[in-house]
Design a protein around this ligand. Structure first.
Ligand code: NDP
Length: 340
């Protein structure tokens, strides 16, 4: 998840939101899109998802300035089958389409027991836990995934093929935030390798290989070579599944195709996201199912040193409401330049 920045400019979440909206509207987003992107980024900042907050704002602005993303896009939402919500994001950024489509997904899941949201033709799907959490807020179990650009070599290979391909999973809880895990299938998220390169830190062994295919802990060498999946061929198989479900199945790009579409412009990734929602009430008595899940959570927490995934984020969320968050100086300067 990367290190919490300490050296930079401290903002409240409201200030961060306003700053993002100002910068995005200056560069071609309409207010509705800018606010949806800013909400998404502030959820990331609030929870300490450092590589998905304002750090990504200059990238979004670059994508707008080149005219690749449509800052005024409105999602087209259709029920292609009772349990299939088909969304064309119109080359807009993902957050507005996600916000509009998740209630439709929830309705489809309630009607059918399970439903899939095929979110297509959007830019920059960021962290997945916000949408997993949003689906859980409808009382549903969620599973989300997305490809990106080819960064990760297949098992035994030496050239990038898969995206860092995250998988998010959310389980609702009564009276408290859902349990959500959200993890790249790469050994380390790309954004965190970029942050390590920016801050001059080495990364752990097993994170990647250099351009000659040799193992290295130098983040700059990995950015020129290839990342590795976590857990060897097992993580690589999950990355492969993410490519298939959020690429060919929903009629959108593989990571290698997203790179070709980008054409070397280094914009945010253009592609799709797959989100599955499951309605507890169609599987059994929701209270019984949730209480049964709580038994597992209690057993995890009974073990010294063990915690639930997401607890770190939720602790950060409480703290950031009063303490705000820190924008590292390089990000601050990049945003200031975009506003000059
Ligand atoms: P991490 O390895 O930091 O964490 C993965 C998950 O494991 C989190 O849910 C985390 O919870 C949980 N976790 C971490 N430590 C423990 C522990 N000791 N016990 C129990 N659970 C634990 O995440 P990644 O670096 O893999 O990914 C970071 C983010 O980057 C994700 O949000 C992901 O969606 C995003 N990403 C997006 C991509 C894209 O193309 N859109 C590509 C790749 C990644 P907690 O957060 O509470 O620590």
């Amino acid at each position: 998840m990367g290190r919490a920045p300490t050296d930079g400019v401290r903002l409240t979440l409201a200030q961060g939101h306003d700053l993002a909206v100002k910068a995005l509207t200056r560069h071609g987003c309409d207010l509705e899109n800018a606010q949806a992107i800013a909400r998404n980024m502030m959820r990331a900042e609030a929870d300490g998802s450092y590589s998905h907050g304002l750090f990504r704002l200059p990238w979004c602005i670059h994508t707008l300035k080149l005219g690749r993303a449509n800052g005024a896009a409105r999602p087209g939402i259709a029920r292609r089958a009772p349990g299939l919500v088909w969304v064309d994001g119109g080359r807009g950024f993902a957050p507005l389409a996600q916000e509009a489509a998740i209630p439709v997904l929830a309705q489809a899941a309630r009607e059918n027991g399970v439903a899939v949201l095929a979110l297509r033709n959007v830019y920059h799907v960021a962290a997945l836990w916000p949408e997993c959490e949003s689906v859980c807020e409808h009382g549903l179990v969620s599973l989300a995934m997305t490809p990106s650009f080819p960064y990760v070599a297949p098992a035994g290979g030496n050239r990038p093929l898969y995206g860092t391909n995250p998988i998010g999973f959310g389980w609702p809880r009564r009276g408290r935030p859902p349990m959500v895990f959200d993890q790249a299938s790469a050994a380390m998220a790309r954004g965190d390798i970029m942050l390590a390169a920016r801050d001059g830190h080495a990364v752990p062994e097993g994170v990647g290989i250099d351009a000659e295919g040799r193992p290295t802990t130098d983040p700059n060498a990995i950015l020129k070579g290839a990342q590795l999946a976590f857990g060897g061929y097992k993580g690589a198989a999950l990355a492969l599944m993410v490519e298939l479900l959020s690429g060919p199945l929903i009629g959108d790009f593989l990571s290698i195709e997203a790179e070709a579409d980008d054409g070397g412009t280094r914009c945010a990734p253009h592609g799709g996201e797959f989100i599955l929602a499951m309605d507890l009430a169609r599987f059994g008595d929701p209270e019984t199912i949730l209480a049964h899940g709580e038994r597992l959570f209690a057993e995890i927490e009974r073990q010294p040193g063990a915690r639930l995934p997401g607890d770190r984020r939720l602790d950060n969320r409480k703290r950031s409401q009063t303490e705000g968050f820190v924008v590292p100086k390089p990000t601050w300067h990049a945003i200031a330049a975009a506003l000059a």
